[in-house]
Design a protein around this ligand. Structure first.
Ligand code: GLA
Ligand code: ZN
Length: 676
């Protein structure tokens, strides 16, 4: 695959409009010395660009573009539509979002426009179109950045415009109220409707239970589907406006990893290149970050992605914001590259002096000099990236294992009222992903609706908590296993259809035959408590581990038992994990959220059964590879932790990895970092 950009972009968000123009030269000189070669501009400049409706003023942006040009800095040009200007909110109050609790937003904040508002759409399209007309063909332009982090912070909109559009959306989807009543099980609590106009969005003063659960879960899922489409329409609108002036420059919008409210697979299909913003918190595990990268690469169809934002030092918006330790920014950047990033970009290049992000890390800090540790680390990383990253661009990750991540499933699982509120979908996917990561197994993240041909590329498919089994999915999984594939699924899987209705006939519904089990009951395990589990690891040996959150009470129907529950509860001695050989493959059903020891032990067996190669490296050390079109293998070894690790390799080699150290190998040969 040819690389999307001519150079490895090293840069990020830059908001020079917050400072007098006289200071820009100094900034750009400092940034140049830090090897910054790209600036993402115009993300929040609507109020400056369109001071009153339809009157555009590009003088500031022209000046910014000209300065960047003089310094040879490439431009990722945002359309600037993510925060509406004051005049618009004042003149058209309904461009602003209405919250789930009925609060009508007023001017202020950002990411809080109503995605259905005709006025918002008209003005956003017009602005994107004006920006594109003006800067299309500009020699420094490398990508278009539509809007910003759709959905972040604002939640969905529940206004009357959205409600009316939702009713039309339902009419088109269901045709008749009878079909809708059936799909949503509306005879429950006298919810039967006789007219589509009786439908009310899942507000908290109606059917909504908190912001995330609902009396009628089909309503909730459909409202999510609908809002996702409304927001995606806004993206398409701007994208298409840009395309009228520019036929080829890649168009993106920045995504947010496992962000719940948008079905990013649907978004990925509409974007030329996926970009995303990586902000691990104080206790985010490196394996979780790795999973997010793989997810974002999956959303982009496996192609390289842009690391559009990360902070060069602290965030400001966590309750407690740790400074990044020496080497940590480099580690995070290279980890992204290892998983498919073809850019390393920051939020932001210069630290604000006002506004709520003034304590957010930036390449140029409040000291306004090249003396800060952050600046010096970024500069060293810039030199490193300039020397070593370009060769990797355009290469891909070659994975034999797929992990399913599916947004509608996310909504379905977390929307359940019972049997527990302890399930967080990304965490459950990560529970399984981590076992693969620890063995340095490359993973692709795919949707549950991936077709059979896609499934067959993998020796192992892991589908954690696959509660919603959409049409065709069970058949594909069955044929995949029959054909020799190994499938791992388990607790909470196979319960709902695409309308979030329980599939009758016993859990795991459409996966029951494949897994060879009937889950008769699902016990909730109290927070902090667990159920002992004994896992048979062959040759009479066993591993004692534990199950958390839920315990499925399983009656095997053809499957054999791999693990049993211990303890003294009434289901002690019954199966906790089972395996069912079907055709040439195997379906493994994990009945409870096994702790780390349990999952680790289970995956030794699973990976062996699937014939997947693993790499033994010390704790915290990640070994990940990308493969170029010419077959060159780039391997990035990262010490993701802050302790020195020594890797005694099977080939007799010994590698000492300092905290956050990164090593790059090209076909096994070390590629040295430039001297600091
Ligand atoms: C998001 C936004 C940026 C900025 C950063 C701060 O990623 O896109 O505008 O607010 O967060 O971390
Ligand atoms: Zn709305």
């Amino acid at each position: 695959m040819t690389a999307m950009f001519g150079d490895f972009l090293f840069g990020g968000d830059y908001n020079p409009e917050q400072w007098p123009q006289e200071s820009w030269e100094h900034d750009l000189e400092l940034l140049g010395r830090a090897h910054i070669n790209e600036a993402t501009i115009n993300v929040f400049s609507w109020a400056l660009l369109e001071p009153s409706e339809g009157d555009y003023d590009f003088s500031m942006l022209d000046a910014i573009v000209a300065s960047l040009d003089r310094h040879g800095v490439r431009i990722v040009m945002a359309t600037g539509t993510a925060a509406v200007p004051a005049w618009m909110a004042r003149r058209y109050p309904h461009v602003m979002r209405k919250g789930v609790d009925g609060t009508q937003q007023v001017f202020g904040g950002r990411h809080n426009f109503c995605p259905s508002s005709p006025k918002y759409r008209e003005r956003a399209r017009a602005l994107a179109s004006a920006v594109a007309r003006r800067y299309a063909g500009h020699p420094g332009l490398v990508a278009w950045h539509v809007n910003n982090e759709y959905g972040n912070g604002g939640g969905y909109c529940y206004c009357e415009t959205c409600a009316a559009a939702f009713r039309n959306w339902l009419r088109a989807r269901y045709g008749t109220v009878d079909a809708l009543n059936r799909a949503w099980c509306m005879n429950f609590w006298s919810h039967t409707i006789h007219d589509f106009d009786e439908v009310v969005p899942p507000v908290t003063y109606g059917d909504g239970i908190g912001t995330d659960k609902c009396v009628i879960s089909g309503l909730q899922i459909d409202y999510r589907r609908f809002q996702n489409e409304q927001m995606l329409d806004c993206f398409r609108l701007e994208r298409d406006a840009i395309r009228e002036s520019d036929a080829s420059t890649p168009i993106t919008t920045n995504l947010m990893g496992t962000f719940k409210d948008l079905d990013y697979f649907a978004w990925g299909r509409e974007m030329d290149v996926v970009s995303w913003d990586n902000y691990p918190g104080m206790d985010t595990q490196p394996s979780f970050t790795a999973m997010c990268h793989d997810l974002m690469r999956g959303v982009g169809g496996g192609r390289p992605f842009m690391l559009m934002e990360q902070t060069p030092n602290q965030q400001n918006w966590f309750p407690y914001c740790k400074v990044k330790r020496p080497g940590e920014v480099g580690k995070l950047s290279w980890q992204a590259v290892a998983h498919g990033a073809d850019t390393v970009q920051f939020f932001q290049l210069k630290q604000s002096v006002g506004g709520c992000e003034r304590f957010h890390g930036a390449v140029i800090g409040h000291d306004d000099s090249d003396r800060s540790r952050t600046y010096r680390e970024v500069a060293a990383l810039g030199a490193d990236v300039a020397a070593r990253a370009k060769r990797i661009m355009g290469s891909h990750v070659d994975a034999k294992v797929a992990v399913v991540f599916d947004w509608e499933n996310y909504w379905s699982l977390e929307g359940c009222v019972g049997p527990t509120q302890g399930l967080r979908y990304p965490d459950e996917v990560h529970r399984f992903y981590r076992a693969l990561w620890k063995r340095n197994v490359a993973v692709d993240v795919i949707e549950s609706t991936a077709d059979l041909e896609t499934l067959r590329r993998y020796d192992l498919v892991v589908a954690p908590t696959l509660i919603m089994v959409k049409p065709g999915v069970a058949d594909n999984l069955e044929r995949y296993v029959e054909g020799g594939g190994v499938l791992v699924t388990g607790y909470m899987s196979g319960i709902h259809d695409e309308h979030d209705l329980v599939v009758e006939g016993g859990y795991p519904g459409p996966l029951r035959g494949l897994c060879g089990v009937w889950v008769e009951e699902i016990d909730a395990v109290a927070p902090g408590a667990n159920v002992p589990v004994r896992l048979d690891v062959g040759d009479g040996a066993a591993v004692d581990c534990a199950g958390e959150i839920v315990a499925s009470i399983i009656e095997p129907e053809g499957a054999r038992t791999l693990a049993t529950y211990g303890g003294d509860d009434f289901y002690a001695g019954t199966p906790a994990v089972t395996a069912h050989d079907v055709g040439d493959g195997r379906a493994i059903f994990v009945g409870t959220a096994l702790d780390e020891d349990g999952i680790d032990a289970l995956f030794d067996d699973v990976l062996h059964a699937a014939g997947v190669a693993t790499i033994d490296a010390p704790n915290d050390v990640e070994v990940a590879s990308r493969v170029g079109d010419d077959g060159t293998v780039y391997t990035i070894v990262t010490n993701t932790g802050d302790e020195t690790r020594v890797w005694e390799r099977e080939d007799g080699g010994r590698i000492v990895l300092d905290p956050f150290a990164v090593l790059l190998f090209e076909d096994g040969v070390p590629v040295a970092a430039p001297a600091r």
